[in-house]
Design a protein around this ligand. Structure first.
Ligand SMILES: *Cc1c(COP(=O)(O)O)cnc(C)c1O
Length: 430
């Protein structure tokens, strides 16, 4: 079986080397800082700590308790709120906790449609279906690429959901929570924001601030625009102590047993780093998205939101029906070293044939790219998809561009290799 071990290590090394040469533009991906990464392979990985600090089911948790309290402090500081729970092990798990705490099976819950950018959490085959809640869909404004306020007000008054989710996976523009706040109050609904994609932008002050605009609960992943470990988080600002108790018990024992202590410790590092570097990082991430969108638009690509400044987040959406459709274009780009994903866009006729691709700037920003490099990336798109330049040539040019951006920025230990494979043993098995 040593061969299997060698094989996995070899594949993981090749994976790292491939990404070191690529232009990764997946909007939900990011890179971990060296100090955060180190904790993922610490002894914390081997331990259990069910419960809350000071009230555990196992012995040996004294240091874990301090780490958890520190993580909670940092989370409450970064998001300026009085409640945090860092036990959900992913964004989806955090969403399940909110649904368990704040909605009964069969209850109506407000959300956006998948075609308008909502995450699969809102789908019958996702978290909504698991809890058995009934989606009440907001109306979408195709011109403003966000929720349509007047039509949504009428829908909410009619269906009266007691929980209203705001959040997207194709998240170009802020959602109008502030405008809908009075309607939420009128029907007595809790505002719930899923900030998985935009968490790092919210913390960096570069996107809307949901806990100040009318949402009481914020759930998220911690590894998208917040460059942390794969994990989840719950944040809240409400005077409803009973609801907070239900959120806590939904996190544990509701949707987790152990909460991945190594990831929690890494999260503490990432939160501390974001307090220090998050403002500058979020600013450059959004500036890069806008620059990439404008550069693609100049080269004849059908970028969504052209009359709205393209985007106010880290994400860019491009309709590529003229270039062969989302699936084919994403595959051809990957062949040329540019990693993206096909994506349904508002107005797409069939969910099986996404008309677009989704691009994101979190990772290229993390390694130090700025507006000038966004122009160079748009040039690669143009070469491949409009000028018929062969994939191998574009791949070579992508690798040349990337070679100047091989290290991490916006963290302690900046300058460390961004795609390093940690060989702890120093030799092959067998
Ligand atoms: C990515 C995402 C999630 C879930 O994230 P995981 O951490 O992968 O479970 C939830 N909601 C939204 C809006 C997302 O984009």
């Amino acid at each position: 079986m040593a061969a299997a071990v060698r094989r996995v290590r070899d594949l993981a090394r090749r994976h790292s080397a491939r990404f070191a040469r690529a232009i990764p533009l997946i909007a939900s991906e990011n890179l971990l800082s060296p100090y955060a990464k180190e904790l993922l392979i610490s002894d914390l990985h081997s331990r259990y700590a069910e419960g809350v600090p000071g009230d555990r089911y196992y012995e040996g948790n004294e240091q874990v308790d301090e780490i958890e309290n520190l993580t909670l402090d940092l989370a409450r500081r970064l998001f300026r709120c009085s409640f945090a729970d860092v036990r959900p092990i992913s964004g989806t798990v955090a969403n399940l906790a909110v649904l368990k705490a704040l909605a009964e099976p069969a209850a109506p819950v407000g959300t956006c449609r998948l075609a308008d950018g909502a995450h699969i959490s809102s789908a019958a085959f996702g978290a909504f279906g698991l809890r058995g809640v009934r989606p009440v869909y907001y109306a979408w404004d195709d011109a403003r690429l966000t929720v349509d306020v007047p039509r949504t007000r009428a829908i909410l008054r009619d269906a009266r959901p007691q929980l209203c989710l705001f959040g997207l996976s194709l998240f170009l523009f802020p959602l109008p929570i502030d405008e809908l706040r009075s309607t939420l109050e009128e029907i007595g609904a809790v505002g719930w924001y899923d900030g998985a994609h935009v968490l790092g932008l919210i913390a960096g002050g570069e996107f809307q601030d949901p806990l100040r605009e009318g949402c009481q609960v914020l759930s998220a992943s911690t590894h998208k625009t917040l460059p942390g470990p794969q994990h989840g988080i719950l944040l809240a600002e409400t005077g409803d102590a009973e609801a907070l108790g239900r959120l806590r018990s939904a996190a544990f024992p509701g949707v987790t047993s152990n909460h991945h202590l190594h990831a929690m410790a890494a999260l503490a590092v990432s939160l501390a780093e974001h307090l220090e570097f998050g403002g500058a990082y979020a600013r450059q991430t959004v500036a890069n998205a806008r620059a990439l969108a404008a550069a693609l638009h100049e080269r004849g690509f059908d970028v969504l939101g052209a009359d709205l400044g393209f985007t106010r987040s880290h994400t860019v959406a491009v309709r590529v029906t003229g270039e062969g459709g989302g699936a084919e274009v994403a595959r051809r780009l990957a062949d040329a070293g540019i990693i993206t994903n096909k994506n349904l866009l508002p107005g797409d006729k069939s969910p099986k044939h996404p008309g677009g691709i989704r691009l994101g700037t979190p990772e290229v920003t993390r390694v130090g790219m700025a507006e000038r490099e966004m122009g160079a990336i748009a040039e690669l798109f143009d070469d491949l998809l409009h000028r018929g330049r062969p994939a191998e040539e574009v791949r070579e040019r992508a690798a040349e561009l990337k070679a100047g951006f091989a290290t991490l920025r916006y963290c302690f230990g900046a300058g460390e290799a961004a795609y390093r494979y940690y060989d702890l043993v120093g030799r092959e098995p067998g």
